[in-house]
Design a protein around this ligand. Structure first.
Ligand code: ADP
Ligand code: ADP
Length: 225
């Protein structure tokens, strides 16, 4: 009953091995955190799943389909980055509708979906604002909503809170967890912050030097030496 299955993922950059035979299984609706120090390969693993990087070998199965055979746009994967990566020349609403427009959704569908998501992240009064008119936390909520607009099968969050102030970080991580549960969205959350990992996760995988060295529920991590 694995929803996402990574099999023996390897990736080198030059002579450096960045991912060393990574295996990982994730069930539908689970939020799994990859926790590990900077440079251990977390981003690279997400980028391989999203199609922004190619593994040298290995398979990535989402509902039994091998994603490595599909171009990024066909993978039905949403991704949020540390830097919000919104389109600066598009309004909040246009940012949210962009992915749907690319998929040739009707105006009605785009409008309905963007309004639902604006309400979800409580930014209805910012629908016509441009990204630079928003705070960092607001921009990141737009980025999150935008990634959900196309109803992805998998959500990849790459240090989504790292650029934000401590207080906003705490609020937003609670919000992300609530949204993730509400939509039963299968999610991989990347962080180097242990407290963050402990508070948002169903399961935590600890990564070090391109290898998952520990995999368990947050309580197990908390009680380990
Ligand atoms: P993390 O997300 O855990 O901080 P990354 O996956 O970003 O780690 O990086 C893992 C290692 O791979 C680092 O040593 C990084 O410098 C290297 N790396 C990442 N992307 C590239 C790239 N495009 N070219 C060369 N080296 C890279
Ligand atoms: P993150 O903060 O998510 O770990 P990085 O800042 O390490 O990401 O990397 C940002 C971008 O630079 C990515 O596209 C990554 O692939 C690339 N990159 C990272 N390290 C290197 C490197 N040593 N050489 C070339 N590109 C790199």
């Amino acid at each position: 009953n694995d929803y996402l299955e990574l099999q023996a993922i390897r990736k080198n950059f030059g002579n450096t091995r960045v991912l060393d035979n990574v295996d990982l299984q994730i069930r539908e609706g689970e939020l799994v955190t990859l926790l590990g120090p900077s440079g251990c390969g977390k981003s690279t693993l997400l980028r391989c799943i999203a199609g922004l990087a190619d593994p040298d070998s290995g398979r990535i199965l989402l509902e039994k389909k091998d994603l490595t055979q599909l171009p990024p746009r066909s993978r039905e994967v949403g991704m949020v980055f540390q830097s919000y990566a919104l389109f600066p020349n598009l309004t909040v609403r246009e940012n949210m509708e962009y992915g749907l427009k690319m998929r040739r959704a009707s105006k009605d569908v785009m409008r309905r979906r963007s309004e639902e998501l604006l309400a979800l992240v409580d930014l209805e009064d910012k629908r016509d604002a441009y990204p630079q008119q928003l705070s960092g936390g607001q921009q990141q909520r737009v980025a999150l909503a935008r990634s959900l607009a196309v109803q992805p099968k998998l959500l990849l969050l790459d240090e989504p809170l790292s650029a934000l102030d401590a207080k906003i970080r705490k609020n937003l991580r609670t919000e992300i967890r609530e949204i993730q549960k509400r939509f039963k969205m299968t999610t991989i959350f990347v962080t180097h912050d242990q407290e963050e990992a402990l508070t948002v996760s169903d399961r935590i995988c600890i990564m070090n030097k391109g290898v998952i060295v520990q995999d368990g529920i947050p309580e197990a991590l908390y009680n380990s030496p």
